[in-house]
Design a protein around this ligand. Sequence first.
Ligand code: PLP
Length: 374
Amino acid sequence: MKLFDVYPLYNVTPVKAEGSYVWDEKGQKYLDLYGGHAVISIGHKHPHYVQKLTEQLHAIGFYSNAVQNPLQVELTEKLGRISGCEDYNLFLVSSGAEANENALKVASFYNQKSRVISFNSSFHGRTSAAVAVTDNKKIIAPINAHNPVTILPLNDAVALETELKKGDVSSVIVEAIQGVGGLDEGTPEFFKQLETLCKHYEVLLILDEVQSGYGRSGKFFAFQHHNIQPDIITIAKGMGNGFPIGGVLIGKHIQAYHGMLGTTFGGNHLACAAAISVLDVLEEENLMANVIAVSDYFVAAVKDLKGLQKIKGKGLMLGLEFDEEVGELRKKLIYDEHIFTGGSMNKKLLRILPPLNITIAELEPFVKALKKSL
Ligand code: PLP
């Protein structure tokens, strides 16, 4: 058998990792400023994470959602407290797409409507409804295209109200900061209008925090920069620091009933142990303060780079937009300077998503490498 060949691959084979670094099979060290698309939140192989997962594996790794699992309760309480979202209920899943799929489904169950509004350049995953609300025709198969979806420009409250007025919209889904699309985001005014209009027309507001959440923006959730309260929030990526886990935070006004949702793997013992250890480290090591300090340093250090047009994003979810495409620059960074960075749908944008505990000293070589390579 061979692998189904869907990924263009860099010729690098990481075999070990620690903190902000990975090593290939020849012992070459790389600075990891990408964390496999914002997944590595507390750094590779964090000792607390390793210990928690190892202990859990020796106790019980998995049992189904048909029995009591106190780890799910511990995770839920901790997440509620640290995120400031105690007034939500949590449904645990295993990926970002699954989180969004369930969020859209919960909204549709709640108001018995089906049309969804999403925005230009959005990315919400590759499963049925999640891919249908994603703004990329190339990844929407005919079977997905039947979902009723309207994609609008970001920051256009008039267009939004025109659609909501029609009365058939179930939910609006929006990334607090766009990831795959290229770090664009709604203005604070637009987020406020979005909240007001959704409330007025009784449409549920879903904030996709799969990439921007978990402290990456300097606040636990990036929507918290705008002082709004979504009906539903979705999470994944940084939540497990590499262990597959996701979640749907569901507003208290939405009632659960037995059989409404379900999953085999979601919230299993190992996944909960991973997610609890991430929250422990976020809190004990005060990582959101580190995000802000390192981000401030970095933004000041790169602002005069040759060809740089704009710095997008917040905290350690940053995009450097240049006047030219960055494909060649990324290759130079990885093969010559041994630094992983990310791309996006915007070909001129270099995406930077380091672990939240990266230090200024660890980022300095990247600033030097950029100056040298540009
Ligand atoms: N939502 C956002 C904002 C994402 O960036 C992604 C992945 O990049 C997803 C959803 C899908 O997550 P997953 O790949 O875990 O299904």
